[in-house]
Design a protein around this ligand. Sequence first.
Ligand SMILES: CC(C)(COP(=O)(O)OP(=O)(O)OC[C@H]1O[C@@H](n2cnc3c(N)ncnc32)[C@H](O)[C@@H]1OP(=O)(O)O)[C@@H](O)C(=O)NCCC(=O)NCCS
Length: 156
Amino acid sequence: MSNQIPFPRWTPETVGERGTTICNVMVGDRVVTIGYLVSRHLRVLDLEGRIVSRDATGYGGIRTVPSARRQGYLATWYQSAAFLTPPQDVKMLFCLEALVRRNRELGWTILDCVVTYDQPTGRSRMPPHVYAAIIDPLDRINPATLAAVQIQGYPW
Ligand SMILES: CC(C)(COP(=O)(O)OP(=O)(O)OC[C@H]1O[C@@H](n2cnc3c(N)ncnc32)[C@H](O)[C@@H]1OP(=O)(O)O)[C@@H](O)C(=O)NCCC(=O)NCCS
């Protein structure tokens, strides 16, 4: 039997309600990190008043089991999720203050413009301690020029 630590691999597990895809990072037969992907639509207003629309994939519910934390599996999860994300989609996530630095290190840009999202009760504004982070693989959105982002469809 080998003493080597098994290399992490990933599996898309299921398609749930409203097309939610679950992505698991596995080490051997153990799930270490889980999260889900949802399809959303963005309306983006830039500082010159132009509005553009973009398809987006939102990442949410990301969680590493406590015994596997601080070993880099968050980055593995993002890489795995990227394989499940349509290549033209903007990638988005919401994160708390404590994860802003780590997410910047992992390549995300934290938005400092107004971000709103749909709720069953109407449109809500992102609370101040929650940040939206974004990656546009095709560089069609320059975060520095954004005035507002509307996320259409319920949040994740
Ligand atoms: C947030 C969470 C998903 C991070 O998962 P993770 O797999 O531990 O992520 P990382 O391995 O990148 O580790 C994160 C931290 O460990 C550090 N780290 C990463 N690899 C490391 C290693 N090999 N050795 C030591 N430290 C390491 C990172 O620098 C980072 O430190 P920081 O928090 O001080 O910035 C996990 O902590 C978690 O499940 N938290 C509860 C749920 C949650 O908050 N989800 C996010 C909602 S916004």
